[in-house]
Design a protein around this ligand. Structure first.
Ligand code: NMX
Ligand code: MLT
Length: 398
């Protein structure tokens, strides 16, 4: 059993950890400690804390300040806040022709695949091979990449406004996106909150774990991040936010009786109730609570927001009837789609790209820590967990 800090007491590479028993196997590493994390931790009741701060205290900060926090482990002073903006602006220009690559992609391809290809392309255009430089360069280039994915995938390739690096990251995305009939101020507030809430979630969430595992081979930040985005694209992980709004559009009513009937029918058909449940949390995710509060301030009468509000009441009660579900409460994905939709971003297939955009900061900061701080700067060795041969496999060599 893991009994706490073992600083200075590291395992020999060929030593087998005997305390892991059969019940831990094939559980997706549930409860098996594999490392330490300097950027964030998650508690079952209070959710994620970035560098010790509960997420609810950080929700209204600017994304750039939270990027500073994740990389420097302290909130910026006023001067440091100006400096991180200037630093990111100085890195923002894309060093080559990203647009031609995006224009060659199949328009029907999923936006998460576009995001992964886009990040790989940025890496092919320039890699410094310095972990922190590459992580910050990628973060700085994400708003333009995101805007270009929307513009080019939607066939709005003409007259794309030039990037303006004097703007904030969110403003740069909104400028590139250039949706004429949207309320840009509301969109900026919703995206800004979204980014802060989604930037990091402990060391073991699948996309972060995947990114760090790839980086442990000393693949580049860009290759590692593209792999992380592929992990995020799965419906049980990041793509739950897309599925959740698709689900809401399908429900089409905020009447609690009809919503309950819909939830029960989905469960009967063996489909997950998206936006509920979590691997670590055991109460409503505070990030969901923050988004419900924002929605009740800016769009209480929005139809989709009303549906997710009903789902928040109904689904936990129905899910709690099944004792194997560890957490029947709302997770981060429940309300984010309704808010993005209200802001004018009406196509749910794009929603996971916002999750990816945000998480590039947390994954980037964690890769920098694992590769250049841990083990006195030597970095964590290449990931190589042990798998036990099944009896059936062993029979063949007897
Ligand atoms: N709807 C239906 N079934 C569920 C749900 C749900 N919302 N949550 C858990 N279960 C099932 C789960 O599939 C598992 O079934 P089985 O034993 O047949 O494999 C069982 O309940 C026990 O699962 P848990 O231990 O409660 O949860 P686990 O840690 O395995 O999975 C999630 C966590 C998040 C994958 C799971 O709750 C889920 O599939 N939720 C719906 C999808 C979703 O909203 N994902 C977003 C999570 C947040 N994120 O960004 O990654
Ligand atoms: C989340 O943000 O909730 C995650 O990435 C999922 C997790 O922590 O396992």
């Amino acid at each position: 059993m893991y009994v706490g800090s073992t600083e200075g007491d590291t395992m020999a590479k060929n030593e087998v950890l005997l305390e892991v028993t059969e019940k831990h196997l094939n559980t997706g590493l549930r409860g098996v400690p594999v490392g330490t994390c300097r950027t964030s931790f998650v508690t079952p009741s209070e959710g994620v804390h970035y560098c010790g701060y509960p997420i609810t205290e950080l929700a209204s900060f600017e994304p750039e300040d939270i990027i500073y926090l994740l990389f420097n482990k302290e909130l910026p002073t006023a001067e440091q806040s100006v400096a991180i903006r200037q630093d990111l602006a100085s890195r923002a220009a894309i060093p080559g022709d990203l647009e031609s690559v995006l224009k060659a992609l199949p328009k029907f391809g999923h936006p998460m695949d576009w995001l992964s290809v886009g990040i790989h392309t940025l890496g092919m255009l320039e890699t410094t091979n310095d972990w922190k430089e590459d992580a910050l360069n990628l973060i700085a280039r994400m708003p333009r990449l995101m805007g270009l994915i929307f513009r080019i995938r939607e066939g709005r390739e003409e007259n794309i406004p030039a990037d303006d690096t004097s703007l904030s990251m969110v403003e740069r995305f909104v400028r590139t996106l250039d949706l004429h009939d949207s309320d840009d101020e509301k969109m900026k507030q919703i995206i800004s909150t979204y980014l802060v809430l989604h930037m990091d979630h402990g060391g073991g969430n699948l996309s972060t774990f995947t990114g760090k595992a790839i980086a442990s081979s000393k693949a580049t930040v860009y290759s590692s991040m593209a792999g992380a985005m592929n992990a995020l694209s799965g419906p049980l992980h990041g793509r739950a936010n897309q599925s959740c709004l698709e689900f809401v559009l399908k429900v089409g009513t905020s009447d609690p009786v009809e919503v309950e009937a819909f939830v029960r029918a989905e469960l009967k058909a063996n489909r997950p109730i998206f936006g509920f449940g979590h691997a670590v949390l055991r109460s409503e995710d505070p990030r969901a609570t923050v988004q419900f509060k924002l929605g009740s301030e800016i769009c209480p009468d929005d139809e989709n927001f009303k549906i997710v509000t009903t789902l928040r009441e109904v689904a936990p009660r129905v899910l709690a009837e099944n004792p194997k579900i560890s957490n029947p409460n709302a997770n981060v994905d429940i309300a984010s789609g309704a808010l993005l939709h209200h802001a004018g971003l009406t196509d749910p297939t794009y929603y996971t790209t916002f999750f990816g955009w945000a998480r590039v900061a947390g994954i980037g900061a964690q890769i920098v820590d694992e590769r250049s701080i841990f083990r006195n700067g030597k970095g964590t060795p290449i990931y190589r967990p042990k798998y036990i041969a099944e009896a059936q496999t062993l029979r063949h060599i007897e």
